[in-house]
Design a protein around this ligand. Structure first.
Ligand SMILES: CC(C)(COP(=O)(O)OP(=O)(O)OC[C@H]1O[C@@H](n2cnc3c(N)ncnc32)[C@H](O)[C@@H]1OP(=O)(O)O)[C@@H](O)C(=O)NCCC(=O)NCCS
Length: 461
């Protein structure tokens, strides 16, 4: 591991102080390690609140209330923090550091998402053995109930895959350990335990749900068997029909890792956390998060990007000049639409998740015509958005690149792309839900005002 990575782990994550302890006790399961960490973390939160509880994060303006609460500091999120210029850090690690630090599959170059989940939950980099144990545990939990299979099978083929995904995830609540324990009168100190069980079940079952939707909508509905000795991304790829393509499987590992978490304020993460605060179980909470992810300004942008690029191709043809591409971008803006894949509510530089995918493309598909067009667009769009003068961030986000990679390997069913985003985002939302319950986070209930009230408060002052 790089010295810088070690430093990042040591200095930027509170929990990472326990890194060496975890490595020694490598036979420990994730749940056992979590059980050790929770009392320490509860004490740490108590200390932070006692010392800094009355500290202010700054003013709260009327513009922020009308402006989608941009920059309003109102959430605690343990798994990741987003810096406007640098991008995301997972428990203190940047994306390149995460790629370097986390265990890989034999022959693979990209981090295993199992390791990312361990990192998000504990703040620690797991051993290979720990990662393998998570692969095995998720494989063992992966089967979905028959009635959920039937629900998916009964969806019309032209029902958007994200709607089908949301229906199936919500229905998993039938077997929620949390809902059952709550009905039996569980002590609130123990909420995290059934939440953990549900979180693990949720993540484990997503490949089968996603695969079934994919095969129903785009194939003959027959599900292949998976190899229980393989990792999460390999089995997800098998369900999608790409299990034999090693590069695609490695792409899935990268994809799931980088789409997993983007601090707490984005629509899907915040929705999962908000709904969970009512003690709705992780399936209901994540089902709600998925409905937010299905919006075109959020996760659905990755389907929109490819559509937009393909439309552009049909207008500008093969190997277009920069002028032709620019003309097309301007026509999008002039018709009152956004350029999908560009801009961000928080980021102000190129999204490192875009860069990680670009580097993957440079390694594996440098001469692909669609990749070349995406790279050409990257040179042109930021200047146009700057010239147009509205977007606060003219740079590409994560969604500007994912479609071209998936299409290259043959997964060109664009309507399905956000489902893959949804599989990944569960890692971040589920890990936070465990901590929400472990730390006793209360019902979320911010204050709102009417326009008439705001006028009355400030008129003449
Ligand atoms: C992500 C997004 C919703 C952030 O919204 P935001 O925080 O309100 O962004 P800004 O503050 O920069 O928006 C200011 C203006 O610029 C516009 N703008 C922002 N990004 C733009 C883009 N990619 N293309 C065209 N216009 C854009 C906004 O629509 C807004 O216009 P308005 O004043 O007429 O309402 C926005 O950048 C966007 O719509 N991007 C395209 C969709 C996308 O890629 N989503 C995935 C995000 S990860």
């Amino acid at each position: 591991m790089l010295a810088s990575t070690r430093n990042a782990i040591r200095t930027q994550s509170r929990l990472a102080r326990n890194f060496s302890a975890s490595s020694v006790a490598s036979a420990q399961s994730l749940k056992e390690r979590l059980a050790e960490l929770i009392p320490k973390e509860i004490e740490e939160v108590k200390e932070v609140r006692a010392k800094y509880g009355d500290k202010s994060f700054g003013p709260n303006t009327v513009d922020q209330m009308y402006g989608g609460m941009r920059g309003l500091k109102g959430l605690v999120w343990e798994g990741s923090v987003l810096d406007a210029d640098e991008g995301i850090r997972f428990r203190g690690l940047t994306i390149p550091e995460t790629q370097e630090a986390l265990p890989k599959a034999p022959g693979g170059q990209e981090p295993l998402p199992e390791g990312l989940f361990w990192l998000l939950v504990t703040g620690e980099v797991p051993t290979e053995e720990q990662v393998k144990s998570l692969s095995a545990e998720w494989n063992a939990r992966g089967e979905i109930p028959d009635f959920v299979k039937e629900l998916i099978d009964r969806c019309p083929r032209d029902l958007h895959p994200m709607t089908q995904f949301s229906i199936a995830v919500n229905a998993l609540n039938h077997d929620s350990a949390f809902a059952k324990s709550y009905a039996q009168g569980i002590n609130k100190k123990d909420y995290w335990q059934p939440t953990y069980e549900d979180a693990m079940d949720l993540i484990a079952k997503l490949p089968q749900i996603a695969g079934r939707i994919f095969r129903n909508v785009y194939g003959d509905g027959k599900m292949p068997a998976v190899d229980a000795s393989k990792d999460y991304s390999a089995n997800l790829s098998t369900y999608l029909g790409f299990g034999d393509n090693k590069e695609f499987v490695d792409l899935m590992r990268l994809y799931i890792t980088i789409h997993s978490d983007h601090e707490g304020g984005n629509v899907s993460a915040h929705t999962g956390h908000l709904v969970g605060s009512a003690l709705s179980d992780p399936f209901l909470s994540y089902g709600a998060a998925l409905n937010g992810l299905a919006g075109p300004l959020h996760g659905l942008a990755n389907q929109e990007v490819l559509r937009w690029i393909q439309k552009m191709q049909s207008v500008v043809g093969e190997n277009p000049s920069d002028e032709k591409v620019a003309e097309y971008v301007w026509s999008t803006l002039k018709s009152g639409q956004v350029v999908p894949g560009y801009g961000h509510a928080v980021l102000r530089k190129t999204d490192p998740r875009y860069t990680a995918q670009r580097e993957f493309a440079l390694r594996h598909l440098p001469n692909d015509p669609l990749f070349k067009l995406v790279a050409q667009i990257y040179k042109i769009v930021p200047n146009i958005l700057l010239e147009a003068g509205k977007a606060k961030n003219p740079w590409p986000n994560v969604d500007a690149h994912s479609g071209v990679l998936l299409t290259y390997y043959g997964l060109n069913q664009q309507d399905f792309y956000t489902v893959l985003f949804g599989v990944s985002r569960a890692f971040g939302v589920a890990s936070q839900l465990i901590w929400d319950r472990a730390l006793g986070m209360p019902l979320e209930r911010p204050k709102s005002f009417s326009t008439a009230h705001i006028k009355k408060m400030f008129e003449g002052k």
